[in-house]
Design a protein around this ligand. Structure first.
Ligand code: GRF
Length: 201
């Protein structure tokens, strides 16, 4: 089962997947890292883990569709089964959504549909919600809007700092994302409209 990971930043979620593959908790092959920032930390992590890297600079292309067509070619050449968005800070167009709908997931640090977008943890914290969490969802053309595969909730503690909350959310992400990848690998996930079912084993 062949996956590609898309990431833009530090890549702690990418690392969590690599670690699970190396410890044989997760039986997948990471075929490619796709990164829109050639100087991002995640690129070094991929090199370290011997994962091939495809980087590009969005500004150098006329449109999102233009660079996504190149990405699609890379994914097809490598026969990728699943795209995992792990901190990839870009909207996806139909060039990728169409061929990969139902085979492309994203991790998001809130309980969607609350707090979509890039500042979810801060927004939840400042809103004062008592409960937040992590969502893994299928990717459609919208902003963090596709069908939900899994969610984990946590309570925000009395007097908890935003930094402490952020750390706890990341720790949950690093457990949940490899777990959902494994469900998909095992063929346990089915999608009907917006409803996702995960079969018991
Ligand atoms: C994560 O919080 C993820 O949920 C969000 O972006 C962050 C990426 O962190 N989409 P990292 O690059 O995996 O460390």
């Amino acid at each position: 089962y062949r996956i590609a990971v898309f990431a833009s930043g530090s890549g702690s979620n990418f690392q969590a997947i690599v670690d699970c593959v190396q410890s044989k908790e997760l039986d997948v092959s990471i075929e490619l890292l796709v990164c829109d920032r050639p100087d991002a930390l995640v690129v070094g992590r991929a090199i370290q883990a011997n994962v091939p890297v495809f980087t590009f600079r969005p500004k150098e292309y006329a449109s999102r569709e233009a660079y996504e067509a190149l990405i699609l070619k890379e994914l097809s050449d490598r026969k990728v089964d699943l795209i995992v968005m792990a901190g990839y800070m870009r909207i996806i167009t139909n060039v990728l959504v169409e061929p990969f709908y139902g085979r492309m997931i994203n991790i998001h640090p809130s309980l969607l549909p609350s707090f979509p977008g890039t500042k979810a943890i801060t927004q939840a914290y400042e809103y004062g919600v008592k409960l937040t969490g992590v969502t893994v969802h299928f990717v459609d053309g919208g902003l963090d809007s596709g069908p939900i595969v899994a969610q984990r909730s946590i309570e925000i503690g009395e007097g908890e700092s935003e930094a402490a909350l952020t750390q706890r959310i990341h720790a949950i992400e690093h457990g949940l994302l490899p777990q959902v990848i494994d469900w998909l690998r095992a063929g346990r996930v089915s999608l009907e409209g917006r409803r996702v079912t995960v079969k018991e084993v």
